[in-house]
Design a protein around this ligand. Sequence first.
Ligand code: PEP
Ligand code: MN
Length: 364
Amino acid sequence: MLLRLRPGPTPSDLEVLQRVAAERGFELAFLDRGRVVVELVRKAGRPQPGDRGAFEDLAFVAGVLDASDAPELSERTPGREDTIQRVGEAAFGGPYVSLIAGPCAVEDEERLLEIARAVRAAGATALRGGAFKPRTSPYSFQGAGREGLERLGRVRAAVGLPIVTEVLDPRDVEAVAEVADVLQIGARSMSNYGLLAEVARTKKTVLLKRGAAATVREFLLAAEHVLARGDEHVILCERGVRGFDQVTRNVLDVGTIAHLKRVTHLPVIVDPSHAAGRAELVLPLARAGLAAGADGLIVEVHTRPNETRSDGAQAISPADFAELARAAAALVRLDGRRLIVGKEARESAAKTEKLGQPGPRATR
Ligand code: PEP
Ligand code: MN
């Protein structure tokens, strides 16, 4: 490991540095006459994911220049393959791409069932829908709460799709985990470390959304909070960051998707709906995300967007979602990957292909 110290470290700073280094099994050597660049060479013990942080936290350390010999848990070490996260039939990472779709919020149960059936037929392998909604205004619809969870449970049983749903409050983790196959941590909660600790205790798959103004380092360290507590099932989600313009709701950070695929072994999916904020931009942003290397998409779909109390403007129709699934299948095939779709969607694709239209050819 290589550290850069602030200029003019005092003898007491160096003493502390010596002590921390020795505790973690390192010997240190200064690489320059000014004694600000330090090389830490491991002499004992095994690398710990906390090694980097132990030095980064010291007041007289200006920065860690290289920590490749003390990787954190989310890091893609040389030669490390993608971690593949599987949920029901869905798989994210490596050669697999899957689609999560559904309404922003759980509202009417009949409607939820209708949407679930429609997205399953079109190629989704997981259903999204929030029972607890993180709304900017306390006067907006906050979600159907526990009653919403029950609706999700019944629809899950009827349709057979795994459920992705958000948990906002550590006190609800247990109840949400009873219904959810994937616990979603929303952008507003990314740095709620108490909540991250609580979801990690369930050992379930965690879909971690990037905060609207979070740096990549902050995003990865939020994932580390879950991983460090022994839950290895983390999927990262880029959903757009805050920009200076309001022409789109957020700015889909395509460069970061490509960057994350290099620096972490965790699957990375994209939420084009919250990035776009407008239904007509969802398809192009979905394509951009997949082209940048995303391992899946989470998309808001609604059969009656004018009736929903949450994010209607960005909801696409089942027909548009089916088109998105076809585009996704074709796109990921270009780089040797496969879109996983369920049996029903496979069969309907086979039919449309007979009619001469390309359908989502798929699966494992
Ligand atoms: C959502 O998925 O409905 C949501 C609130 O997303 P985000 O946390 O990314 O804003
Ligand atoms: Mn939403």
